[in-house]
Design a protein around this ligand. Structure first.
Ligand SMILES: Cc1cc2nc3c(=O)[nH]c(=O)nc-3n(C[C@H](O)[C@H](O)[C@H](O)COP(=O)(O)OP(=O)(O)OC[C@H]3O[C@@H](n4cnc5c(N)ncnc54)[C@H](O)[C@@H]3O)c2cc1C
Length: 418
């Protein structure tokens, strides 16, 4: 009888494992608790805006090779858009200064030597500090390895690490920061081109994956939540979905690709990251004025990044826990005032604010501290037919699309290699 690989969770980790395994001819069934695939990376129809938006703006970089491979595999690589070169326009809300960081393509960072391409008010010597983050001592925070002050920190290191680690950078793991810098800045501009799913996350990363899975004969069961696992000595014996129990045959295997808190409730004794950071997104239904860049970095504001989509301006605020208690209307007003001031839109439209939505994902990612990073388990477990996947497993990267996809690929390799 053909072995079945059960994949629990249809986020990017679960989908990437399912894609790899079904491409090798394995019989795959994906079980997802909710009514939709995509997990923390998905689109939904927002009634108050009357449009489909993403649960959060997601940025990929051209050096995210596993994510780009995933997109090619599902035939959706052309749905990511971005500039031809690694360019990041910024505005400082305090000084009103504007500049564009322009990384050169190769690994040798000559952009640092060109005053028109590097961060304004920085000197070449300042960049040597970044080298310290490339090989940090174990267990240290970013704040213990580099000085978190000055123009280079405020205008490059902080925006980059805050977005990639989703934590106030001084508290962040220097090891994870190092991985980000090695795969982006240190790899040259070719790895730093910003890429956005302009038609939405689901249309780009999720729906084409479901199409590819269907073509490869995989089954996706939505609203099918795993309630418990029956453990044997060295293997797991059955999956309990409430009304239905699936017994596992000798060659069957399970990839558990659920968030860490769900994994800990299903697997006894599993130590997982248990602190999280929020991400706040604000969406305004308004046509971006001509010339608004697709992504704009904002310094010295509540807003951190502004994304321009057709008919909509969207804002991302990472490590946004301090904003979880702010009333929604107040937050929308604060954010809109900043957006209006940098895009030259009126602070008050005749109708007040444009139609808006605030989405606060409380547990957007695990807290990327050294202590939480140590709690990340590897893919293999004490049970030989149970493999873990997810952005919170020990990928060596912070919780990102790239990390989630690499974890799914790794789970698939472990199963296929048996
Ligand atoms: C607002 C926001 C902005 C972000 N921005 C970026 C960005 O700019 N760039 C970037 O690279 N990353 C970003 N991320 C992170 C990225 O979205 C995640 O790293 C990635 O989506 C995680 O995928 P995953 O498969 O590991 O987990 P998840 O997406 O959490 O998937 C887990 C799935 O398991 C399901 N599940 C849970 N319990 C069960 C059960 N018992 N049975 C069956 N199914 C179950 C869940 O419903 C879910 O679908 C952002 C995240 C958020 C929230």
């Amino acid at each position: 009888m053909t072995a079945t690989i059960h994949i629990i969770g249809a986020g990017l980790a679960g989908l990437s494992a399912a894609l790899r395994l079904s491409a090798r001819g394995k019989h795959v069934v994906v079980h997802e608790a909710t009514a939709f695939a995509g997990g923390r990376c998905r689109s939904y129809h927002d009634a108050s805006l009357g449009m489909t938006i993403d649960n959060g703006n997601h940025l990929l970089l051209s050096g995210n090779h596993a994510a780009l491979h995933y997109l090619r595999d599902i035939g959706a690589a052309d749905r990511l858009i971005g500039p031809a070169a690694a360019e990041f326009p910024f505005v400082d809300l305090e000084s009103r200064q504007r500049w564009t960081l322009r990384f050169n393509d190769g690994r040798l960072p000559w952009w640092i030597f060109a005053s028109g391409r590097r961060v304004p008010e920085t000197r070449i010597f300042d960049y040597a500090a970044l080298a310290r983050l490339l090989w940090p001592p174990a267990g240290k925070t970013v704040g213990e390895v580099i000085s978190c002050r000055g123009a280079l920190y405020a205008r490059l290191v902080e925006p980059l690490l805050l977005a990639a680690l989703n934590i106030d950078p001084p508290q962040g793991s220097a090891k994870l920061a190092s991985a980000v810098i090695r795969e982006t800045l240190a790899a040259g501009g070719r790895a730093c081109r910003p890429l956005i799913a302009r038609e939405g996350l689901s249309a780009t990363l999720i729906e084409p994956a479901l199409g590819a899975l269907a073509q490869r004969g995989a089954t996706v069961r939505l609203e099918h939540q795993l309630r418990a696992i029956r453990f044997g000595g060295k293997r797991i014996d059955a999956l309990d979905f409430g009304g239905e129990t699936i017994a596992l045959a000798e060659e069957d295997a399970v990839v558990l690709a659920v968030p860490p808190y769900a994994a800990a409730s299903l697997v006894r004794g599993l130590d997982v990251p248990n602190e999280f950071r929020a991400i706040v997104n604000a969406h305004f239904k308004v046509a971006p004025p001509a010339g608004t860049p697709p992504i704009l970095g904002v310094i010295n504001g509540t807003v951190e990044w502004i994304f321009a989509f057709p008919g909509r301006l969207s804002v991302t605020i990472s490590a946004g826990d301090r904003l979880l208690g702010t009333p929604r209307e107040e937050l929308a007003r604060t954010i809109w005032a900043e957006v209006a001031s940098v895009t030259a839109l009126p602070a008050e439209l005749p109708t007040g604010l444009p139609p808006w939505q605030i989405v606060r994902e409380r547990r957007a990612t695990f807290a990327a501290t050294p202590a939480q990073d140590l709690k990340r388990p590897g893919a293999e477990t004490a049970w030989r037919n149970l493999i873990l996947a997810g952005d919170w497993t020990n990928t060596g990267l912070p919780a990102t699309i790239e990390g989630a996809i690499r974890s799914g690929n790794r789970a698939a390799e472990l199963i296929a290699g048996r």
